[in-house]
Design a protein around this ligand. Structure first.
Ligand code: B4P
Length: 191
């Protein structure tokens, strides 16, 4: 079973590359950002709770995110594998993910980290903000807050997977196809 963590700062291309990975490797796409936006669109209490954090570019509390992911994994019986997009974003989330997967005798195969400079991230997010309607993409202060939170709270996750020999860095700048090829080189041996 192929289970991937797709990691990187906001705007690194996690959502973009996930679409291609899901098609090629037939994995279940589990994007915590997409799940929160779905809850928000459906008007659920979880969506309302998450909105306050997301609109400001802050992280939703760990216990809320972890519970949502746990429910989603349990729903997907018979999956060939999972791609975790935007999760884990903290070390407690990474530890919880390992615990959840263990219950099903699954484990993470590889963590792929998309590397993109802060200036490029800002440009991509601002550009998406013109059409996405996402409040968190439309304000420079919120974009900077997301990048700062990534540097402070999310980068320790790199070390977590390094220690397990699962970390792999991918250059996230270039054409979408070139980046996807680099990802496939890492994933094909598992297939
Ligand atoms: P996410 O939905 O995960 O959003 P993201 O980090 O902004 O997006 P991503 O990296 O997927 O960017 P994309 O491919 O779209 O999170 C949103 C919020 O949800 C968080 O701020 C937080 O509040 C909350 N949240 C989510 N998960 C959480 C968790 N685990 N814990 C706590 N809170 C959580 O790419 C961005 C843009 O770049 C697009 O416009 C795309 O077209 C462009 N692009 C992509 N690849 C490119 C390339 N190669 N070249 C040029 N442009 C490219």
């Amino acid at each position: 079973m192929l289970n991937i963590v797709l990691f990187g700062p906001p705007g690194a291309g996690k959502g973009t590359q996930s679409e291609n990975i899901v098609k090629k490797y037939e994995l279940v796409h589990l994007s915590t950002g997409d799940l929160f936006r779905k809850h928000l669109g459906d008007g659920t209490p979880l969506g309302t709770l998450a909105q306050g954090y997301m609109d400001e570019g802050n992280l939703v509390p760990d216990e809320v995110v972890i519970k949502m992911v746990e429910d989603k994994i349990a729903e997907e019986t018979g999956a060939k594998g999972f791609i975790f997009d935007g999760f884990p974003r903290t070390v407690p989330q990474a530890e919880a993910l390992d615990g959840m997967l263990e219950k099903f005798s699954y484990s993470i195969s590889k963590m792929l980290a998309l590397e993109v400079s802060p200036n490029e991230l800002r440009a991509r997010l601002r550009s998406r903000g013109k059409t996405s309607g996402r409040v968190d993409d439309q304000d420079d202060a919120k974009i900077d807050n997301r990048i700062n939170i990534y540097n402070e709270e999310t980068t320790p996750v790199v070390d977590y997977y390094h220690k397990q020999n699962k970390f792999c860095s991918i250059d996230g700048v270039g054409s979408i196809a070139t980046i996807f090829n680099a990802i496939c080189k890492e994933l094909d041996p598992f297939n």
